[in-house]
Design a binder for this molecule. Structure first.
Ligand SMILES: O=C(O)Cc1cc(O)ccc1O
Ligand SMILES: [Fe+2]
Length: 470
């Protein structure tokens, strides 16, 4: 299991930049010069455009690429519903497939199966909102898998995947070329690209955010200035790579409206000899993120850690933000340094890639997840509150600890948590609510928070209500 279909070199070469107009040739001269669709393309290739936005989208939002390939992707038998169908993928959330649940939810890491399971079969939807058909919404999936995809490629017609591997590397072959993605990196596979996921390490687990109807952007930096957070040049895009060998019985598995369809063809879809354009898969290493934060007092809102944002039409309101909580220094004076207690009109799904998370001393484990939906209260667990108010602090170098208001700089180490945050309210799939991994005692982590309220009032004044003025 975990065997790979394709040999990947130790170090692949990438193109660098975010949203650039890239161009790449596996064979010199394969890209047509000065036009996209010549009468006959170099080397007899077919020209094929893939559009990630409407033809007429404004230029600054328009995304498309031109692929020059041995045979066009249309050369396949008709699509048929896949047998067996996949029962745990949802792309239109309604009462028939998911439910509303405002309680705080947490899942322990899901066991990776022993039975042979590839990325497609190991993928399952946890929650989401909206509809891929209506081009507005998102889905959060997770995967547990142990074997490479074999003689088939996946294509998601519904939306863009942002994959966060937590365990096991992903070697991904796409029509634009190949990407090696390790835990600690993320990869975005935009709507419509065909890809194969190989698992060189065998047992693998991770998280996937899928967005319908828009694409990820870098966040505006506002007063931060021209630099900081995720830098454009750290986003890596594949270079053209192709294979041209017969592949009898090759299957394209297309996710379309959350259902899987298959189409047979007798050649590899990875037959793109050259391509150019600004619509392409990319990866990013989270340790390259340059965090900004408070340097005097109070805890910053988590939006300061936004890596990528998928916007809605409302200014500043995200369909889906991808936010990281990387190792960093905490220096605020006379401040409760962990995340504050709060309720949010946005909904927050969190995962942990490795280490611990500053708001949870126990129970939030690498590979696990939590969901705090719209206006559901949450915040640090009892232990975290007690420890940080007494300055006996987990995850930080003991040498840096001082007491209370005098706390010196503290470095949160060995951590990489993340959040998918959405303005839409997720509905939750039944298999996620009924999962043996769900933590039925999650609420207990706050129950021990006791009142520390002290004042000179009499019991009678306290119990009957008190206001200094009357
Ligand atoms: O709920 C969470 O743990 C995520 C979060 C982190 C933070 O630093 C501030 C607010 C917030 O929602
Ligand atoms: Fe939160």
């Amino acid at each position: 299991m975990g065997s790979k279909n394709i040999d990947f070199p130790a170090n692949l070469e990438y193109q660098s930049g975010f949203g650039n107009h890239f161009s790449s040739e596996a064979i010199t001269g394969a890209l047509p010069e000065s036009q996209n669709s010549p009468l006959v393309c170099p080397y007899g290739l077919y020209a094929e455009q893939i559009s990630g936005t409407a033809f007429t989208a404004p230029r600054k939002l328009n995304q498309r690429s031109w692929l020059y390939r041995v045979k066009p992707s249309v050369t396949h038998d008709p699509f048929k519903p896949r047998v067996p169908s996949h029962e745990k993928l949802v792309s239109e959330f309604n009462q028939s497939n998911s439910s509303a649940n405002p309680t705080q939810l947490r899942w322990k890491p899901v066991e990776i199966p022993d039975t042979p399971t590839d990325f497609i079969d190991g993928l399952y939807t946890v929650c989401g909102a909206g509809s891929s058909y209506l081009r507005h919404g998102f889905a959060i999936h997770m995967y547990t898998a142990n074997k490479s995809m074999d003689n088939c490629a996946f294509c998601n017609a519904d939306g863009d995947f942002l994959i966060v591997p937590q365990k096991g590397r992903l070697w991904i072959t796409t029509e634009c070329g190949r990407l090696q993605v390790s835990p600690g990196e993320i990869v975005v596979l935009p709507q419509g690209f065909r890809f194969v996921v190989d698992l060189p390490d065998g047992p693998s687990r991770g998280y996937v955010a899928e967005i319908f109807g828009t694409h990820f952007q870098l966040p505006d930096l506002g007063p931060i200035g021209a630099n900081g957070l995720a830098a454009s040049r750290d986003f890596l895009v594949p270079t053209a790579w192709f294979e041209d060998s017969p592949r009898p019985g090759y299957t394209i598995v297309q996710k379309f409206g959350g259902e899987l369809f298959t189409a047979k063809q007798d050649f590899s879809p990875f037959n793109v000899v050259a391509w150019h354009g600004n619509y392409a898969p990319f990866k990013y290493e989270l340790s390259k993120f340059c965090p900004y934060n408070t340097v005097l007092f109070d805890h910053s809102d988590p939006s300061i850690n936004t890596v990528l944002t998928a916007p809605t039409d409302k200014p500043g309101v995200a369909l889906l933000d991808f936010v990281v909580f990387p190792p960093r220094w905490l220096v605020a004076e006379h401040t409760f340094r962990p995340p504050y207690y709060h309720r949010n009109c946005m909904s927050e799904f969190m995962g942990l890639i490795h280490g611990g998370y500053e708001a949870k001393a126990d129970g939030f484990l690498p590979g696990g997840a939590s969901l705090h939906s719209c206006m559901t209260p949450h915040g640090p667990d009892t232990k975290t509150y007690e420890l940080w108010t007494k300055s006996v602090v987990p995850f930080v170098s003991q040498a840096t600890i001082a007491l209370g208001n005098e706390a010196g700089p503290q470095r949160i180490a060995d951590t990489m948590a993340f959040m998918f945050e959405s303005c839409l309210i997720p509905r939750i799939c039944p298999w996620a609510l009924e999962s043996p991994s769900i933590d039925p005692d999650y609420y207990q982590c706050w129950i021990g928070l006791k009142s520390h309220f002290t004042c000179e009032l009499t019991n009678r004044e306290l119990q009957n209500g008190y206001n200094q003025a009357n």
